[in-house]
Design a protein around this ligand. Structure first.
Ligand code: SF4
Length: 648
């Protein structure tokens, strides 16, 4: 099979040909292929073959770093097998690759946005051009400038390199890895990048410019595509917190409280917005968030200033301009060019501009009181994705495929394909424990239900003798169970995925898990970094405890999504509640089986999982806690082909 580096399994041949056909005809393809079935190599092989014939390029976008590394690996295999001099570049943002930033160690810069880092870099390059040894200059930029294109090519070699390889080699050589990728990209057949490069119109435009191409000449592959609708929602929503307002007020004071519009001093405007946020949170938020009645927030501002919407729009623009002045001041002082006044201005403009039928108006109280214009329909933020010559969307858990197609506004004739698992069914056992549940109502009102669930977690964890994972529906529940000692029995064997853990922290955790001489248990959340997108081949992960069905919490966000799915598809429950919960469980369980010889045992502590799994065609049996634990213990004692099971 052309461009395929391994001996293909029959379904891989079918899938690869579907990709090639869509890429050639300039259409879209939405595919569900189980984890471990070779999605990456299948999509790359089909797309690269079509691109070569049609004179196109391929953009492969991923959510995580490890997916990017995997795509680099598979490209190199394809390249070797094809014998063609194809080239690929793996892109990352400055936050990952900027060596000057890493050297700076200034905490203010560590959470800088891509835009802020862009300014940081421009200033550093300008300072270097004036005098390479100046305090603001960047030695890595001058190092790169001393290399010509041929030197750079020879330095990188013919193979595709991971961003990590490039960063470490560039540090040794004293050149900037970020700017190096920009120079290497122009003749690449394939670019592997985070989602942002395909989804954000501005970033996408800059990428096309550097690449010397247009979206119409690019075949897009979206990996782990089930993440994309929520990613787009986040991108298209606007949020303003009380904390941002406090910081904006400090900036306005620094500027001497200029007027935002005739008879509207900036101080009064910021104070009024702040009071309005606190008041609507008190009035409309019941738990974490709540809906605002139409025009509730803007009416408060209009009444306070007896003015018009147009004047508020002028005020929003003025705040943004004041923000630019603040950024200039910060830049001159060598500080991060960040402005909260500009953020408030952008939010106010977006709030007044967006319609309530596309953006639901919400208020929330965590982590601090805030307002949000929440984009429910992701197709409104998917223009960039739809602009490519062809797009291939693939994931291990994309069902229902029509929902995905319509959520992104892909064409009606988009091909939808679902491939079954290629692995022997007896390799995986899924057991549902009867008599326990994480049902929201019962856990919040019935202490006995919590005790039973905690006892069940203790029993299963206590019986675990192999490398395992334990996933909770939320960080809050994980911490609550941890605090009351439910996981104490694991001792040092427990490795926790804490909320917001960064890439380096995650890699440390995995290294600890993999190098442990006794069995360890990774503890995290469904939908988290460990339960999605990471590979655990062979005996690295054999068992899994899933504490509860991750039905979305009945928040205002969730109700907004429910109404959107009900109005657009007549499937509020199915698309808004059932499908995301099933997807998270299938993603997690998919970590257990990565090859024909893998075996896995998943225990779900929630009787509601029976119905849910059945609705998604997932084979599972249910039983009492003692029966399931007994079966689990016997299963662990069964001889396996590799080393004997390890004890804690
Ligand atoms: S040239 Fe590179 S290392 Fe220097 S500031 Fe810019 S991104 Fe950072």
């Amino acid at each position: 099979m052309e461009f395929f580096p391994y001996s293909p399994r029959p379904f891989q041949e079918v899938a690869r040909n579907l990709v090639e056909e869509a890429a050639e005809t300039g259409s879209s393809l939405v595919m569900e292929m189980p984890t471990g079935s070779g999605k990456t190599v299948v999509t790359l092989a089909g797309a690269l073959a079509a691109a070569r014939r049609a004179g196109k390029k391929v953009l492969y976008v991923t959510r995580t770093n490890s997916q990017q590394q995997h795509a680099v690996h598979e490209f190199n295999e394809i390249r070797k097998a094809s014998g063609l001099a194809m080239r690929a570049v793996a892109l990352q943002g400055r936050a990952r690759l900027c060596l000057k930033l890493e050297d700076t160690q200034d905490p203010e810069w560590q959470d800088a946005t891509p835009e802020e880092l862009g300014h940081f870099c421009t200033a550093a390059k300008a300072a270097t051009d004036k005098g390479p040894s100046g305090p603001k200059a960047c030695v890595y930029w001058s190092g790169l400038q001393s290399m010509n294109a041929e030197d750079l090519r020879a330095f990188v070699g013919d193979e595709a390199r991971t961003a990590e390889w490039l960063k470490s080699a560039a540090r040794e050589r004293g050149i900037c890895p970020y700017e190096a990728t920009k120079k290497l990209i122009f003749d690449a057949d394939l670019v592997i990048a985070p989602y942002f490069f395909a989804v954000d119109a501005g970033v996408n435009q800059r990428l096309m410019f550097l690449w010397g191409t247009r979206p119409e000449d690019v075949i897009l592959i979206v990996d782990e595509a089930h993440n994309v609708p929520d990613y787009l929602r986040q991108l298209g929503s606007a949020r303003l917190s009380r904390e941002t307002l406090h910081r904006a007020a400090t900036e306005a004071k620094e500027l001497g409280y200029p007027e935002a519009a005739p008879h509207i001093p900036s101080k009064l405007l910021l104070d009024t917005i702040g009071f309005a946020i606190e008041d609507v949170v008190k009035t409309f938020v019941v738990d974490d968030d709540g809906f605002l009645p139409p025009f509730e927030f803007e009416t408060r501002l209009l009444d306070r200033f007896t003015t018009t919407t147009r004047t508020l729009q002028i005020a929003a623009e003025a705040l943004q301009q004041m923000g630019e002045a603040i950024k200039d001041r910060r830049r001159l002082l060598g500080r991060i060019p960040r402005s909260y006044l500009a953020k408030v201005g952008r939010f106010l403009a977006a709030w007044l501009q967006t319609e309530s039928d596309t953006h639901v108006r919400l208020a929330g109280r965590t982590p601090s009181p805030h307002l949000e214009a929440f984009l429910v329909d992701p197709s409104l933020a998917a223009d960039a994705i739809r602009s490519f010559h062809a797009s291939i969307h693939v994931s291990g858990t994309l069902d229902p495929l029509q929902e995905y197609r319509d959520a992104l506004g892909l064409a009606e004739d988009t091909k939808l394909e679902r491939f079954p698992s290629p692995f022997p069914a007896d390799g995986l056992r899924v057991r549902v424990v009867e008599g326990v549940s994480t049902r929201y109502g019962s856990l919040s009102t019935d202490p006995a239900a919590v005790d039973e669930l905690q006892a069940a977690v203790r029993a299963v964890i206590g019986a675990t003798r192999v490398n395992a994972a334990c996933f909770f529906p939320s960080h809050r529940m994980m911490e609550e169970f941890r605090e009351v000692g439910v996981l104490d029995g694991l001792g040092d064997a427990a490795l926790f995925e804490t909320k917001g853990v960064g890439q380096e922290g995650l890699m440390r955790l995995l290294a600890q898990h993999r190098s442990s001489t006794t069995a360890s248990v990774l503890v995290g959340v469904l939908g988290g970094r460990i339960s999605e997108g990471l590979d655990f081949p062979g005996r690295e992960l054999e068992a899994m405890v899933i504490v509860g069905v991750p039905y979305p919490k009945p928040s205002a966000h969730q109700r907004a999504l429910f109404h959107y799915y009900e109005a657009k598809f007549g499937k509020g429950w199915d698309y808004g509640v059932r499908a995301p919960a099933l997807r998270r469980i299938r993603q997690a369980v998919g970590r257990l089986i990565r090859s024909e010889t893998d075996r896995g045992f998943a225990i779900i502590l929630d009787e509601r999982a029976n119905l849910l799994l059945r609705s998604g065609g997932v084979e599972a049996e249910s039983g009492t806690l003692s029966r399931v634990v007994e079966e689990f213990s016997a299963w662990q004692a069964e001889p396996v082909s590799a080393a004997e099971p390890r004890a804690h």
